[in-house]
Design a protein around this ligand. Structure first.
Ligand SMILES: Cc1ncc(COP(=O)(O)O)c(C=O)c1O
Length: 381
C-alpha cells in the first residue's frame, strides 16, 4: 500500500491532461515563431492555453508570460521589477517560499534595501507593523503569498494591495499553492504580478506563468529571444503549455467539487488529530487551504516521523519539499513565532483530488498508535 498525501509538493498528472498533451509531443512539431502552417498550429495551441490559464485566475491572456514554473515566475517578478529601477526598497513576507525569500536576499546582496513583513502567530500579516513599514520611505515592490505551502494559511492580499498601492508600490502575489484550490481573482485582488505553476494542479512539471499588469516595468532574466513580449525568450515548450492549459481548465470546472471533497478529508483528519493527546495544529482557527494541514505530535521529531510513516506506506512532508532533508525547523513556523522544539516536529499533510476518506481513516488509526506509544528515543526531539 502506498498513499500519497504530499500534493503541495507536486501532484500526479491528470490522465485528461496527458491526453491533451500527447498530440503535441508526437504531432505538430512546428516552432511557434514560424510563419508557416506548422508554426501557426503551435502558436494557436499556445494562445488557447494562455486563455485557459488566465481564465483560472480571471486575468487577461495578454498579461500572461510563460515561465518554467513558480520559482522562475517569482524570480522574474522580483528581479525583473527591481532591476528596472535604481536600487530601492523591497518587502516580502517572512513565511514566503524560498523562491521569493532567496531571490530577495540575492537582491539585498546587490544593493537593494530588503525588509521582511512580520506575521502573527497564525501566519497572517501583522497589519500594524506592515503599515509602519509601508510609511518608512520610498518603496518599489511588496511580495506576499496568497496561501502558504506549509500551513495552508490564506493571506488577505486584497487588503495588502490597497495599502501597497497607497504607498506607491506594486504588489506581487505568489499564488502557486492557491490557484486551483480556492478561487483566485487577479483583478479582484488588485495584484500587479502573480506567480502560477502547473504541477500543483495536476499539470506537467516545468511550466508556469507570471501575470503582469501592462504598466509594471519589468526586465527579462535572460536575453536572446523575443518570445513572450521579449520578457522570456526561448522556443516554447508547446506540449507542457497545452498541459498547463488543460489542467487550468479542469481546475476551474471542478474547483467547487474538489474543494468540498478536500475539505471533508482535511476536516476529518483535523477532528481525529484533535482527539489525540498533545497534538498541535499550525494556523489553527484561521482560514486555510482546504487540502492542507500541518501539525506536530508531542514527542516526535518531524523528519523521523515522516520516515516512520513512509515505512508504513504514507507519503507526507515535514515542511516545504525544498526544506526537507535540511534538518532545520521550518522558517515558516519559526517566522510565526513557534518554538524551535515544536516546529521541529512539524508534519504536513496535503491532500489531492484522488485521495479517499478510507485513506484518512487508515492514517488516523496509525497516528493513534504513535500517539499512544511513548516515542522511541530516536524519534524524540
Ligand atoms: C508557494 C510556492 N511558490 C513557489 C513554488 C515553486 O514552484 P515550482 O516548483 O513550480 O518552481 C512552490 C513550490 O513548492 C510553492 O509552494
Amino acid at each position: 500500500m502506498a498513499v500519497y498525501f504530499d500534493n503541495n509538493a507536486t501532484t500526479r498528472l491528470d490522465a485528461r491532461v496527458l491526453e491533451a498533451m500527447l498530440p503535441y509531443l508526437s504531432g505538430p512539431y512546428g516552432n511557434a515563431s514560424s510563419l508557416h502552417r506548422f508554426g501557426r498550429a503551435a502558436r494557436d495551441a499556445i494562445e488557447r492555453a494562455r486563455e485557459q490559464v488566465a481564465a483560472l485566475v480571471n486575468g487577461r491572456p495578454k498579461d500572461l508570460i510563460w515561465t518554467s514554473g513558480g520559482t522562475e515566475s517569482n524570480n522574474l517578478a522580483l528581479k525583473g521589477v527591481c532591476e528596472a529601477a535604481r536600487p530601492t526598497r523591497l518587502l516580502y513576507g517572512i513565511t514566503e517560499h524560498p523562491a521569493v525569500l532567496e531571490t530577495a536576499e540575492a537582491l539585498r546582496a546587490r544593493g537593494w534595501q530588503v525588509e521582511t513583513v512580520a506575521t502573527d502567530g497564525e501566519g497572517r500579516v501583522d497589519w500594524a507593523r506592515f503599515e509602519r513599514q509601508l510609511a518608512g520611505g520610498p518603496l518599489r515592490l511588496v511580495s506576499l503569498m496568497r496561501a502558504n505551502n506549509e500551513t495552508g494559511v490564506i493571506q488577505d492580499v486584497a487588503r495588502a494591495a490597497t495599502l501597497v498601492h497607497a504607498a506607491g508600490a506594486w504588489l506581487h502575489v505568489d499564488a502557486v499553492q492557491a490557484a486551483g484550490k480556492i478561487a483566485v481573482d487577479f483583478a479582484a485582488l488588485d495584484a500587479d504580478l502573480m506567480s502560477l505553476s502547473s504541477h500543483k494542479i495536476y499539470g506537467p512539471k516545468g511550466i508556469g506563468a507570471l501575470l503582469r499588469k501592462a504598466e509594471v516595468e519589468l526586465l527579462p532574466l535572460h536575453h536572446g529571444g523575443w518570445q513572450e513580449q521579449g520578457l522570456r525568450g526561448g522556443t516554447e515548450n508547446v506540449a507542457a503549455i497545452v498541459g498547463f492549459g488543460a489542467a487550468a481548465e479542469l481546475a476551474q470546472q471542478e474547483l467547487e467539487a474538489r474543494g468540498a471533497h478536500l475539505r471533508a478529508l482535511r476536516d476529518r483528519l483535523e477532528a481525529g488529530l484533535r482527539a489525540l493527546p498533545g497534538t498541535r495544529i499550525f494556523g489553527d482557527g484561521v482560514e486555510r487551504l482546504p487540502n492542507t494541514l500541518q501539525f506536530a505530535l508531542r514527542g516526535y521529531e518531524g523528519e523521523a516521523l515522516l520516515m516512520q510513516l513512509d515505512r508504513k506506506g504514507f507519503a507526507v512532508s515535514s515542511g516545504s519539499a525544498c526544506a526537507s532533508g535540511r534538518g532545520e525547523p521550518s522558517h515558516v513556523l519559526l517566522g510565526m513565532g513557534i518554538e524551535r522544539e515544536i516546529a521541529a516536529g512539524a508534519i504536513r499533510v496535503s491532500f489531492g483530488k484522488d485521495n479517499t476518506m478510507a485513506e484518512v481513516e487508515q492514517f488516523l488509526a496509525l497516528l493513534a498508535t504513535f500517539a499512544a506509544a511513548p516515542a522511541p528515543a530516536a524519534l524524540r526531539s
